[in-house]
Design a protein around this ligand. Structure first.
Ligand SMILES: O=C(O)CCC(=O)C(=O)O
Length: 273
């Protein structure tokens, strides 16, 4: 696992959740989606992070998902026994949704170092080219940091429409095809993106960004994270309390406060979501 991740910049597919867990979290997501439908409908893809980002700090079922042993056991092989969930982002494309994700490198705008960071992208339904699965350029994490520009495109699910400003050879791309309950792991610096969902099948997934406690975010206020396994041996993050309120909502109250704080930390690292 470690050598594949280091060499290619990703590992896919890996088992993450069993069928019962997958059905449970899919149901939780669909209830959440229905409960926030009017807000989501009113937001362009580029602004849905107001609902989709960092829900693990406020929704008990998302917090539970970030702690599933099937996910953590794999992430631990890359980052060691002490794990923090720093960020989560739902990446959902319902049928007819024009949302896409341009080619980008996460490391260019997160301000995190050292590179003891891994994203687990967990599929709560089938994910393949027809519904806009993630695509990666194998080995691209080993290249230098590529120039990136902000396009501010409404349909780009990245908030500033960040895209790599030099040609990306899409013929080299690998599709990260996942069955429900499977996941991929990807490197902080791999070039990745995804196309729109042109099918009638929802594409439902969550990206969970795990970091080892030695990681720091440049500048700004101390970032927030959730200790999900082991111990925090460094104190570089403010550790959040686990959420307990089953009625909590995204986009308001504590979630809105947390997003403000997260943005302050990202702004301090000269970055944005
Ligand atoms: O889900 C996608 O299409 C893109 C995900 C992504 O950019 C990420 O997880 O870093």
């Amino acid at each position: 696992m470690r050598s594949r991740f280091d060499g290619d910049g990703f590992v896919c597919p890996l088992p993450a959740l069993n069928p019962q867990q997958t059905a449970h979290y899919r149901r939780c997501y669909l209830d959440f989606h229905a409960g926030h439908q009017s807000q989501l409908d009113a937001l362009a893809a580029a602004r849905r992070w107001q609902i989709y980002a960092d829900t693990h700090f406020v929704l008990p079922w998302v917090d539970a998902l970030t702690r599933e042993p099937g996910i953590l056991d794999a992430v631990q092989q890359l980052l060691g026994p002490d794990l923090l969930a720093w960020n989560t982002s739902w990446f959902v494309k319902m049928p007819g949704d024009k949302a896409f994700v341009s080619w980008h490198q996460d490391g260019a705008y997160w301000g995190l170092s050292p590179m003891e960071v891994a994203t687990a992208w967990i599929a709560l339904g089938p994910v393949a080219p027809y519904n806009g699965c993630m695509r990666v350029i194998p080995g691209s994490h080993q290249r230098p940091h590529l120039p990136q520009r902000d396009t501010w495109a409404d349909d780009n699910a990245l908030s500033r429409g960040q895209e790599i400003a030099v040609a990306v050879d899409a013929s080299q791309a690998v599709d990260l095809v996942l069955q429900p309950g499977e996941m991929s792991l990807h490197h902080l610096w791999i070039v990745h993106g995804s196309n729109a969902n042109l099918s009638g099948e929802p594409r439902i997934g969550i990206a969970i960004r795990y970091v080892a406690p030695c990681v720091q975010q440049a500048g700004g206020r101390q970032p927030l994270a959730m200790l999900v396994r082991g111990r925090d041996t460094h104190g570089h993050f403010t550790l959040a309390e686990r959420p307990t309120d089953p009625t909590a909502r995204a986009g308001e109250g504590r979630h809105a406060e947390i997003l403000q704080r997260v943005h302050a930390a990202l702004a301090g690292s000269r970055a944005a979501r």
